[in-house]
Design a protein around this ligand. Sequence first.
Ligand SMILES: Nc1ncnc2c1ncn2[C@@H]1O[C@H](COP(=O)(O)OP(=O)(O)OP(=O)(O)O)[C@@H](O)[C@H]1O
Ligand SMILES: [Mg+2]
Length: 341
Amino acid sequence: MINIQRLNVSFKQKKNNIHAVKDVSLTINEGEIFGIIGYSGAGKSTLLRCINLLEKPTSGTVLVDRVDLTALSKTELRQKRSGIGMIFQQFNLIHAKTVYENIAFNLLAAGVPQSEHRKRIEELLELVGLQDKQNSYPEELSGGQKQRVGIARALANNPKILLCDEATSALDPDTTQQILELLKNINQLLNITIVLVTHEMEVIKSICQRVAVMEKGEIVEVDDVYQLFAKPKSSLMKQFVASLYQDNLPQLILKAYQNDTLVRLVFDNSNAEQAIIDHLKEAFQVSVSIVQGKIEYIQQKPLGHLTIALKGHHHEIEKVCDYLKRTITRMEVIHSYENIH
Ligand SMILES: Nc1ncnc2c1ncn2[C@@H]1O[C@H](COP(=O)(O)OP(=O)(O)OP(=O)(O)O)[C@@H](O)[C@H]1O
Ligand SMILES: [Mg+2]
């Protein structure tokens, strides 16, 4: 559905050139919820804005339904763009217009006759759960409600694609989840392809099916979201994942186990935790304590995290670590304790 080939975007500055997007090639499938994650300045927004050509690439092509947007005339591009909706972090609503008028503005711009506005706007407001806010002004709405208006407005012209640039970054965690649920429903109900840019791991974890990881203008990894969390490949994603799970290990615990080797294990649905722990106890001369454990669900599939403490001679510990590396999805040594006696 969206096919980006060898895309480059450079911004000419007085002194130096900023190469914001570097040789990016990417395919996003129809009906998919696709995430782009990376640190601030990675080039995420620039890449996203190339999908509707709000940003003009320096080189490369952007194909939407096999049509190369970079080759279209202004009129053709305007028409193609009406099939691509967009929502933003700061909502970008018109303050002096009511909710109704904000949505009508987009319908008018797309040439929808005024006589059809009321029915369409009522449908859209029902879809986003804001039937009773037609006549409110943006300043009378909460952040989550404003983003619902943003979504209704973006869907006004029945787009096939919805681009979301940090759409939940200004919202609290609960409201973020509600908006993500709404986007998921829209994706399923209307079969709209969603491309979502974020710097928040929680966002991609709860909604995306596939994800591109962006660093300094380049895509360093593209994977299914479950695989991305279970077995990250790029050093950036490894770092993201480590900080996500390790930060919640309190100093108190680290201190309590300072004379043990502490190991963090990740289990996907192909390995069972209990069986492996039992095997460690039987097959090696070590004592094993469970420090912390949890199971989360990504795309309805379980991903287990377990931190264990190992005590024993360092030769045995080494053997255990080798075994774990071979057997389970992923393991990291948080700290090791050299017991040579
Ligand atoms: N119009 C512009 N003119 C000059 N430089 C720009 C322009 N837009 C973006 N840049 C630069 O391009 C790089 C990528 O910016 P971009 O906004 O795409 O990053 P981002 O990943 O979306 O970051 P954030 O998470 O902060 O939104 C940055 O170095 C930025 O300063
Ligand atoms: Mg951005």
